[in-house]
Design a protein around this ligand. Structure first.
Ligand SMILES: *[C@@H]1O[C@H](CO)[C@@H](O)[C@H](O)[C@H]1NC(C)=O
Ligand SMILES: *[C@@H]1O[C@H](CO)[C@@H](O)[C@H](O)[C@H]1NC(C)=O
Ligand SMILES: [Zn+2]
Ligand SMILES: [Zn+2]
Length: 602
């Protein structure tokens, strides 16, 4: 095969050429060849005077214009608080807010390319989301340019910036009222639908307040109504059952022996914990509020793995459709509609795991859920809007990757992802289960090779790759090795196992309804829009949360209900600073603490 010539020849960069470049620039600016040693004539003197005067006038003009422009720009910012062509919403209405956790712009490109490849679609067959883009969101938190999901969701729920780790508390550790709480107090029905733990950061920020996202036991308690405002959530679908079960029970991850399922029952919740009970809701027509559906101990499996366990777990789309039907039915005779938050929670996890095959299926599942919401809005007699955005990007995903020192290729290969039938998380768990029961080295190699072929569609694993997978001293989970094998083959790049700070997209059912979110926004503008769309006063809720005398429900200790504010590495003021650790290949201390790449901080 002939070697491809580079499309762009690299520019020579010697001192000599930079002098030449400067001369070329002069020539371009003046429209003349530069001859620096040219004799100065009288004519050039007057020409210089002329040029100087011209430059002076031009500079003044630029300053005047920029002042005028600044003024115009600030006016257009003010106009963001107006409602645009749709006008201010009036009457009964519904609001659906969707969060694609960790989905950056490249996730959309990758998934669109993948879908066109696998379904043989023409170029104009884009994702449903692609057809509804309205703007972008800037995601930084108060403590870092790179937010976590807790600070990200606090910006949506409270319309305030806070520190990474904050669950609807402000940087001074005081609670802030949320859109969902204000909606509940105003008579709206409320719901949360997620694919991870219902106690994870995003849903937690709408229905609870704690100083650190790790206090999931406490979050669970607040979500079922041990909350200063009483029970404020009417419907919850997702995973995270383990935080509701007493520590004496199998499948519990609580620190104490409180049985939150029983307590939720006393507070009126109808509790479901499996697919059969979900199906009995008959798409929502048989559902009664309040409703607590916890379908997995922790996370609901990635869509790529769930597909083959459909009899066990409902999909995001099914949960979304059932929630919409349930809430619209429950508000049919009410003056108020509902507020529903739906999260594609595990797009983020696939990003943390650097697993592109898992991610495309998460994004496709989210796109189907978004389409289902649009369909609901079109058919329902109550007006409403859906707004969808991400809290941040995860993984520093790139849809191209240079694998070798020689010239990079302009391509990435969706066919590699199409051959994978499972996630690297699934393959990692299968491999660990086998290694635990079979110490025979030859059997282990055979199993690893078969697993690669069956789960990930990889048939050309090298000896080094298998050695790496089976290394008993591997400092991280085998999942990362599987994900790296598939990413390299697909020529998909990642720059981190954490989050990145790139702006993320905002989608909406129509620009008419979501006029204020057209263009580039701060993530807090999204929260302010949610509150204003339903005409909610979240600051009034903040005041109530900060005044124990106004509480509906009181914990034993009203001063410590948010949990300890002191995490060892939580910075709440100012931006994080440079610690000079660019050269460390890994942090031995961190490694010991978690034995893997540390996925707990999402
Ligand atoms: C379970 O919780 C109780 C407190 O509610 C505690 O005393 C006990 O040590 C816990 N048991 C375990 C195994 O963690
Ligand atoms: C995908 O799988 C098919 C069937 O096993 C194989 O022929 C093809 O080469 C694979 N494609 C890639 C990119 O690995
Ligand atoms: Zn997130
Ligand atoms: Zn994350």
């Amino acid at each position: 095969m002939p070697r491809e010539e580079p499309l762009l020849a690299p520019r020579p960069s010697s001192d000599h050429s930079s002098v030449r470049n400067a001369e070329e620039e002069d020539a371009l600016l003046t429209g003349e060849r530069s001859h620096r040693d040219q004799q100065r004539s009288k004519w050039t003197f007057w020409k210089d005077v002329g040029l100087f005067s011209w430059a002076l006038i031009a500079t003044i003009a630029v300053i005047v214009l920029s002042v005028v422009y600044q003024h115009e720009a600030s006016k257009s910012h003010e106009s963001k608080s107006t409602w645009g062509p749709g006008g201010k919403p009036t009457g009964k209405r519904n609001l659906i807010f969707m969060v694609s956790d960790g989905m950056g712009p490249t996730s959309l490109t990758m998934t669109r390319n993948y879908r066109q490849h696998t379904e043989g679609l023409p170029l104009d067959q884009t994702l449903v989301l692609d057809q509804h883009i309205v703007g972008t969101s800037r995601t930084r938190s108060s403590s870092s340019l790179v937010t976590d999901s807790a600070a990200g969701a606090t910006a949506f729920s409270c319309a305030h910036k806070s520190y990474n780790g904050a669950i609807s508390v402000l940087p001074d550790h005081s609670p802030c009222g949320t859109v969902l709480e204000a909606a509940a107090l105003a008579g709206y029905k409320t719901g949360l639908v997620v694919t991870t733990r219902i106690t994870d950061a995003t849903p937690a920020c709408f229905a609870s307040h704690v100083n650190l996202r790790q206090y999931e036991d406490r979050i669970a308690e607040q979500e079922i109504g041990e909350h200063p405002l009483g029970r404020i959530v009417d419907l919850m679908f997702g995973g995270g059952r383990c935080h509701f079960l007493p520590n004496s029970t199998d499948g519990s991850c609580r620190d104490d022996d409180r049985d939150l399922v029983a307590i939720a029952g006393q507070k009126g919740f109808h509790y479901l914990n499996d697919r059969k009970a979900f199906d009995a809701l008959n798409g929502g027509s048989e559902a009664k509020l309040p409703l607590l559906g916890l379908f997995a101990e922790k996370d609901i499996p990635y869509e790529i793995d769930r597909r083959s366990q459909d009899a066990v777990y409902p999909s995001l789309e099914e949960m979304a459709r059932t929630a919409l039907k349930t809430l619209s039915q429950a508000t049919a005779d009410s003056e108020q509609g509902f507020f529903l938050m739906i999260e594609g929670s595990r797009i983020d996890h696939a990003g943390h795991g650097n697993d592109p095959a898992a991610q495309v299926h998460e994004v496709l599942a989210y796109d189907r859920a978004f389409a289902a919401v649009l369909e609901f809005l079109e058919q329902d007699s109550t007006p409403g809007v859906v707004v969808s955005t991400s809290d941040h990007e995860t993984g520093g995903l790139a849809a191209a990757r240079q694998l070798h020192d020689d010239y990079p290729e302009y391509k990435w290969l969706p066919s590699v992802l199409a051959n994978a039938s499972h996630s690297s998380e699934f393959a990692g768990a299968a491999l660990r289960a086998f290694l635990a029961k079979s110490p025979d080295a030859k059997a282990q190699r055979k199993f690893a090779n078969e697993l690669l072929e069956k789960s990930l569609g990889i048939t050309d694993a090298t000896k080094e790759e298998i050695d790496h997978l089976l290394d008993p001293k591997l400092p991280y989970r085998q999942d990362y090795v599987f994900a790296d094998m598939i990413s390299r083959r697909a020529q998909i790049g990642w720059s981190t196992h954490g989050h990145s700070s790139v702006d993320v997209n905002i989608y909406a059912s129509s620009t008419k309804d979501a006029w204020r979110l057209v263009g580039n926004n701060e993530n807090t503008d999204v929260g302010a829009f949610l509150a204003d769309y339903l005409e909610l006063d979240i600051e009034a809720v903040t005041k109530r949360l900060q005044s124990p005398q106004d509480w509906t429900w009181k914990p034993a200790d009203t001063t410590n209900w948010l949990g300890s504010p002191l995490g060892s590495d939580i910075r709440t003021e100012g931006l994080d600073t440079y610690h000079g650790d660019f050269k460390k290949r890994s942090s031995p201390q961190k490694r010991e603490e978690c034995g893997c790449g540390c996925g707990s901080q999402h």
